[in-house]
Design a protein around this ligand. Structure first.
Ligand code: ASP
Length: 617
């Protein structure tokens, strides 16, 4: 018996107040329970789940059709809303107090045996999930993530449109952009031997749009970078890209804050405390050993070089004589959390972070001084002002005076462990910064439900790349230096700071941007410092340089990684869980089987002949 007279209603629209009214529902069979004369089905549509009941005595014909049904069949039913018998309500369902007593049913489509059950939230191999992504996306968690994403995009568009921004598309088939990753190349059939590059970002085009006078541009846009993948990276990812003219850094920052406050308020019901904290790059590196500090917890890095000026410890002395630094972190309550074996294991962990070794001391109570180890010079175990003393590890090399200042500076207390790094500043910072994160994650020191935003500003304009043996741009070559640092470009460019800013959320960089150079002479000087020859600059970015010379307004912008923001906000482990059709770690798509071989005819048209990689010279 077919359905069709009644208009379709969604499960979420039906409630107790509609008892005895007739409705038509369409959707997928989620659970099927045959109780003899009664068959119960949980019917799922995009809005939710509702229980439908087939009673042999109400409609024998529907009941018999229902007998043929299996999970994930697509059905259309008509029936009456009934209150569920007492004791059979389902508190977990919005429609848990009611059910639909079916009078008519139509099977709209059947379903093969499923590779996995839709309702299972358990660990299903991700490759299988990606291969059958259409089934995976039927699962509540994945569906919720994508609906959340859709609302997120909508809010952004609404906010930016209201603020006078124009959504302008920029090309995918283009030239290499300046982000500095590897390009994805697309061979040109009409121009054999030439290649397009997929954009790593719309950077050049958005700047050109400013030259055109649009003043406020945005785009929620796909970007492509051919990098080795990590859990939070995809070869194609989505960026909220913005650019504005006649704008200052502080305006871009406050507009971004307002946008995030709106998103958090509307989608998560969380009120953000504005303005977002701002930290200097130098302070971030000094106190957190990272340019994207996770400030949800303390354990800051402290420089202690001055304390160990006359240290009896060779490693410390040598390091300082080579202009290195000694830094330390205090792991609160570490003595209770870490066994001696755990501490020894950290030495291996530290090596992965680029450290050479790991010095440590425990902090104990001065009154309860344990017997010194036989080889220990007991006169060096001393009582500090706070009634604490250092013990174990390198404690025997630390004098009473050093100990006192150290305990003070690190605000160390009984039960803590102090870890030390003596190395070049950059190495010591990075290693301790990573150790800080490692310990915090391993010993659950991070309040997971907290969201901590942070602006990091005043980045250096350049850094020296050991690998490339030259000065490289930290952001990209179009980033403007701080006005007052322009003079340093001739004398000490590595000291120059830039007008750039990164937005960090819970220790992840979620966006970054800068005020751009809008004058050709300054741009040329920057290229010179970066050892980019004028003819190379012309070849790569000639069209932007030309545009800048035709009345470019002062401008700046920012870009946010949409996938990464969603991943953090939805608190999922993998970026793939917020993308409808993501790629695997090997940049493959198990659903479509991309990338795949192409016909030799297609290659011929492109003028391409394949050679095995190891036969390449
Ligand atoms: N294009 C830059 C990036 O993708 C962002 C910006 O400077 O606006 O990192």
């Amino acid at each position: 018996m077919g359905t069709g007279k009644l208009k379709r209603t969604l499960s979420e629209e039906i409630n107790e107040s509609l008892v005895d009214s007739d409705f038509n529902l369409k959707g997928w069979v989620m659970h099927y329970r045959d109780h003899g004369g009664l068959i119960f089905i949980d019917l799922r549509d995009y809005a939710g789940i509702i229980q439908i009941v087939f009673d042999e005595n109400i409609s024998a014909e529907s009941f018999n059709t229902a007998k043929k049904i299996k999970n994930e069949y697509v059905i259309s039913v008509e029936g009456k809303v009934k209150i569920r018998p007492e004791g059979t309500e389902n508190e977990n369902l919005k429609t848990g107090k009611i059910e639909i007593e079916v009078k008519k049913i139509e099977i709209l489509n059947e379903c093969e045996v499923l590779p996995f059950q839709i309702e299972e939230e358990s660990d299903i191999n991700e490759l299988i999930r990606l291969k059958y992504r259409y089934l995976d996306l039927r699962r509540k968690k994945m569906k919720d993530n994508l609906i959340f994403r859709s609302k997120f995009n909508f809010l952004i568009r609404e906010f930016l449109n209201k603020n006078g921004f124009f959504d302008i598309e920029t090309p995918f088939l283009t030239k290499s952009t300046p982000e500095g990753s590897r390009d994805f190349l697309v061979p040109s059939r009409l121009n054999n031997g030439n290649f397009y590059a997929l954009p790593q970002s719309p950077q050049l085009f958005k700047q050109i749009l400013m030259v055109s006078g649009f003043e406020k541009y945005y785009q929620i846009v796909r970007c492509f970078r051919d990098e080795d993948l990590r859990a939070d990276r995809q070869p194609e990812f989505t960026q909220l890209d913005m650019e504005m003219s006649f704008i200052e850094q502080k305006d871009i920052m406050s507009l971004s804050e307002e946008m995030f406050a709106l998103i958090f308020d509307k989608l998560l019901n969380i009120k953000l405390n504005l303005p977002i904290k701002i930290m200097d790059y130098d302070d971030a590196m000094e106190s957190y050993g990272s340019d994207k500090p996770d400030i949800r917890f303390e354990m800051r890095l402290k420089t202690v070089s001055d304390i160990f000026g006359g240290s009896s410890l060779n490693v410390f002395r040598d390091c300082l004589s080579k202009n290195g630094v000694i830094k330390a972190i205090c792991f609160k309550n570490g003595s209770n959390l870490l066994s001696r074996k755990d501490i020894d294991e950290l030495v291996t962990v530290i090596k992965d972070f680029g450290g050479k070794g790991l010095a440590w001391t425990k902090v104990g109570k001065a009154e309860q001084r344990p017997k010194p180890a036989p080889f220990t010079n007991s006169s060096l175990l001393t009582v500090s002002a706070q009634g604490c003393k250092l013990e174990g590890g390198i404690a025997k090399f630390i004098t009473e005076e050093e100990e006192k200042i150290l305990i003070d500076r690190l605000e160390a207390e009984n039960g803590d462990i102090i870890f030390y790094q003596a190395d070049e500043k950059k190495v010591a910072d990075t290693v301790l910064g990573r150790l800080r994160l490692y310990l915090a994650k391993k010993y659950n020191l991070i309040p997971e439900s907290k969201f901590e935003f942070l602006w990091v500003v005043n980045f250096p304009l350049f850094e020296y790349s050991e690998e490339e043996k030259k000065i490289v741009a930290i952001h990209h070559p179009f980033t403007a230096p701080n006005e007052e640092d322009i003079k340093l470009l001739d004398t000490n460019p590595l000291m120059a700071k830039s007008q750039s800013y990164d937005l960090v959320l819970n220790g992840e960089e979620i966006g970054g941007g800068s005020i751009r150079i809008h004058k050709t002479e300054l741009q040329e000087k920057i290229f010179e410092i970066l050892s980019i020859k004028p003819e190379d600059a012309r070849l790569k970015f000639g069209f932007l340089l030309d545009a800048l010379s035709f009345g470019a307004p002062p401008h700046g912008g920012i870009a946010f990684g949409v996938d990464r923001v969603l991943m953090l906000v939805k608190n999922v482990d993998s970026i793939r869980d917020v993308i409808a059709f993501p790629k695997t770690q090997k940049a493959q798509c198990p659903l479509s089987d991309a990338p795949s071989h192409v016909r030799s005819e297609q290659l011929r048209e492109l003028g391409i002949k394949l050679i095995e990689k190891d036969k390449l010279i």
